[in-house]
Design a protein around this ligand. Structure first.
Ligand code: KIV
Length: 258
């Protein structure tokens, strides 16, 4: 039976939620076979797969394309797709249309929106239209050009209070869960305790109700920068390099084909 947004919401207080990103059918299949609860087709597809420096250039067409690939793996995990750069700030009809494409063409069961309390009215309208929403607070990578890079959030009192306001507004707007990125662990723990829906953390400490990691980071498939909070469970990039080198040597020495 496939995981629903209600399943994810009900896991709060039962056990930690396990989530990862995926951008193609095979990787989604591996993650699903390992029993993860939630697969996110993140707009991190831009940096992990498409060679962009940040997530700003990722378009809706790209997100639909990769979401559809992941959904063809028919995961039991809940399939969530990111609303890409700026679309959530456009007219509601543009946002609604983007969510419809991610769900109808892409096969997503829910969508994720980066934002703050100001986004709550649009989120509530989406949920009334039958579109489950995962709110995303803390570091918002789509604000890359305003932030001038990535940093930790919630270290100062005013920022902690704002994050709590954002999370509470997302919950009141019917988000089934909230994702909290690069937030001070104490602040994230306080937010998790305040919410009745799960707070899924990334780089936000151990007191969240679940964790999400970018698959390429945790598998060592990332040629560039790997955030310090990431635990690498494999070195697939290095294994691939060695395999290519062995193949090249075999071909050049006439060992393959034998
Ligand atoms: O796009 C993404 O991969 C994300 C991460 C925070 C999980 O949003």
């Amino acid at each position: 039976m496939s995981t629903t947004t209600q399943t994810i919401s009900r896991l709060k207080g039962q056990r930690p939620i396990v989530a990862v990103t995926a951008y193609d059918a095979p990787m989604a299949g591996y993650a699903d076979a390992a029993g993860v609860d939630l697969i996110l087709v993140g707009d991190s597809v831009g940096t992990t797969q498409l060679g962009f420096e940040n997530t700003v250039p990722v378009t809706l067409d790209m997100m639909v394309h990769h979401t559809a690939a992941v959904s063809r793996a028919k995961p039991k995990a809940l399939l969530v797709a990111d609303v890409p750069f700026a679309i959530a700030h456009d007219d509601f009809s543009v946002l609604l249309n983007a969510c419809c494409r991610l769900m109808q063409e892409g096969g997503a069961q829910a969508i994720k929106i980066e934002g703050d309390a100001l986004m709550a009215p649009a989120v509530e309208r989406l949920t009334r239209a039958g579109i489950p929403v995962l709110g995303h607070i803390g570091l918002l990578p789509q604000n890359f050009h305003q932030l001038g890079g990535y940093r930790k959030f919630g270290r100062k009192k005013a920022e902690r209070e704002r994050l709590l306001t954002d999370a509470v507004a997302f919950e009141a707007a019917n988000c089934f869960a909230v994702l909290c990125e690069m937030t001070d662990a104490t602040a994230a723990g306080a937010i998790a305790r305040q919410l009745s829906v799960p707070l899924i953390g990334i780089g936000s400490g151990a007191e969240c109700d679940g964790q999400i990691l970018v698959t390429n980071d945790m598998l060592g498939l990332n040629a560039g920068y790997v955030p310090s909070f990431v635990k690498q469970y494999a070195k697939l990039g290095e294994d691939a390099r060695k395999a290519f080198a062995a193949y090249a040597e075999d071909v050049r020495k006439g060992k393959f084909p034998s």
